[in-house]
Design a protein around this ligand. Structure first.
Ligand code: NAD
Length: 481
């Protein structure tokens, strides 16, 4: 079984076990060379079959970790995206892996040039707790498709899923190909310090900084999939009921514990009260009950629960209007860690709810008078992972798209851009570095090697010393173009 269990071990012993796993994987990589297209497809097919067979088990483990996590949500957001990504990769791998011929320009004809896509070797993946299966497996798919070996460190905050991942992957792949390392922040820090050929991290911006620092010691390239506050902009002409349905459901998926959840909403001042009323109706429609509803999720642990409760309490203390929706008026005990969907109306920017990524079912609503104000509000803050725009006028939509920078965008809906395999998924600035999914993911884990193929008859000798009249003539010709 490919588990390096260092949870209880002393950090140095743990580090040594990880070092040895890395050394064994690298040795195996050098010995076997890049896997063939057939081998990669076979690996992906095996993984797909196993995911299908274990879908219910995955839902069970994640729910065990959260306290309550909707089975439907797990199948929709943790399991299905991985199956779709594997399908897509299997289908397109021949094209992705094929050397790409590129033009050499007139000067170098009849030489040829091509780009080769090569596995980089051993890749490290550090994954978070909020979609503990999907966010471990999606980068694994891309890394395997690109022909690499992988060491995975899942989050300690979802221990049942982490243990499951270790056993699951251990039953599918030898430890020289895929190994799982279990442990918390100490193990994570030691893991990030390993001399991987690429390090892929998903999690908070604060830890992302530490990961990049650790990787810099080895000059290990990183992909950082981080978080932040993703805004929703409602335009004057937004179709309100549909927009509110999308925002509320996007916010309440996984009880708001989604990296691309709409974090706050910017609404035209005169539409604010309509928005609040429709949001209440949407909650009632989607979740007529909260406590007794298996599809309304818990906050993952006590610390995160208290964190979100504190945001709302602080807003109330400062006299900010807070609207809580509890359709069946149930008592939400702290034990179950379920929080009622809550709107915080016009909070000041100094409040925690506007400074921190919320990661819970709380939605600040801020109003604006002119669209330029909304654009400016977004642009004066760290660049978000996602931005949502609701409106019909295409000119204004394009203005918002052109003038704001965010990892990705969904227009007239929330979240869905993450499911389009051919779109790059990743952040910018504080929300991340690099991207993956589909072909972009394959390239993230590949080295793009530029290869120049000289032809037997060529003019290169004219560019070599001793320089003289012919070189001068050649230069004149080259520089005149
Ligand atoms: P986290 O940073 O606390 O933990 C993520 C992983 O990092 C865990 O496996 C943890 O053990 C490990 N870790 C902790 N300290 C470490 C260290 N010093 N060095 C190396 N690894 C370390 O993040 P989280 O709370 O698990 O996740 C929530 C955050 O992740 C949110 O900000 C969310 O927006 C972001 N997120 C981003 C994406 C994305 O795709 N961009 C997806 C999901 C979550």
């Amino acid at each position: 079984m490919s588990v390096v269990s260092v949870a209880e071990a002393r950090p140095d012993v743990g580090s040594q076990a990880m070092q040895e796993t890395l050394a064994r994987q690298r040795e195996a990589f050098l010995k076997a060379g890049p896997p063939t297209l057939q081998e990669r497809r076979a690996d992906l097919r095996r993984l797909r079959r196993a995911i299908k067979n274990n879908a219910e088990r995955i839902a069970l483990e994640i729910s065990g970790d959260f306290g309550n996590r909707s089975r439907y949500e797990t199948l929709l957001a943790d399991v299905w995206p991985t199956l779709a990504a594997i399908r897509h990769a299997i289908r397109h791998l021949p094209r992705w892996t094929a050397p790409k011929r590129v033009s050499v320009g007139l000067e170098f004809m009849p030489a040829r040039a091509r780009i080769l896509y090569q596995p980089v070797g051993v890749v490290g993946i550090i994954s978070p707790w909020n979609y503990p299966f999907q966010l471990a497996i999606m980068p694994l798919i891309a890394a395997l498709a690109a022909g690499n070996r992988v060491m995975l460190k899942p989050s300690e905050l979802t221990p049942r899923t982490a243990q499951f991942l270790a056993e699951f992957l251990g039953s599918l792949f030898p430890a020289e190909q895929v190994a799982t390392v279990l442990g918390g922040p100490d193990v994570g820090a030691a893991f990030a310090g390993l001399a991987f050929d690429h390090l892929f991290y998903t999690g908070s911006t604060a830890v992302g900084r530490q990961v990049m620092r650790a990787a810099a010691e080895n000059l290990t390239p990183v992909t950082l999939e981080l978080g932040g506050k993703s805004p929703c902009i409602l335009a004057e002409d937004a179709a309100l009921p549909a927009a509110v349905d999308s925002i509320v459901s996007g916010k309440l998926l996984n009880a708001g514990q989604t990296c691309i959840a709409p974090d706050y909403v910017l609404v035209p001042r005169e539409r604010r009260e309509d928005f609040i009323k429709l949001a209440g109706e949407a909650v009632q429609k989607f979740y007529p009950m909260l406590a007794a509803n298996p599809d309304y999720d818990s906050i993952v642990n006590e610390r995160h629960y208290r964190r979100v409760v504190r945001y709302v309490a602080e807003a109330k203390e400062r006299g900010v209007r807070v609207v809580e929706f509890n359709p069946a008026q149930e008592k939400l005990g702290a034990d179950a860690r379920k929080l009622a969907p809550t709107l915080v109306i016009e909070p000041g920017d100094e409040l925690l709810v506007m400074r921190e990524e919320i990661f819970g079912p709380v939605l600040p609503v801020k109003s604006y008078s002119r669209i330029e104000e909304a654009i400016e509000y977004v642009n004066r803050r760290p660049r978000p992972l996602a931005l949502y725009y609701f409106g019909e006028d295409e000119k204004q939509r394009d203005e918002v798209l052109n003038k704001t920078l965010s990892g990705g965008v969904s227009v007239n809906d929330t979240l869905l851009h993450v499911l389009i395999e051919e779109l790059p998924f990743g952040g910018i600035g504080a929300s991340g570095i690099g991207a993956y999914h589909g072909e972009i993911g394959f390239q993230t884990f590949s080295h793009r090697k530029g290869v120049f193929l000289q032809s037997r008859f060529n003019g290169a000798k004219f560019l070599r010393p001793p320089f003289g009249r012919i070189t001068a003539l050649m230069l004149k010709l080259l520089m005149s173009r």
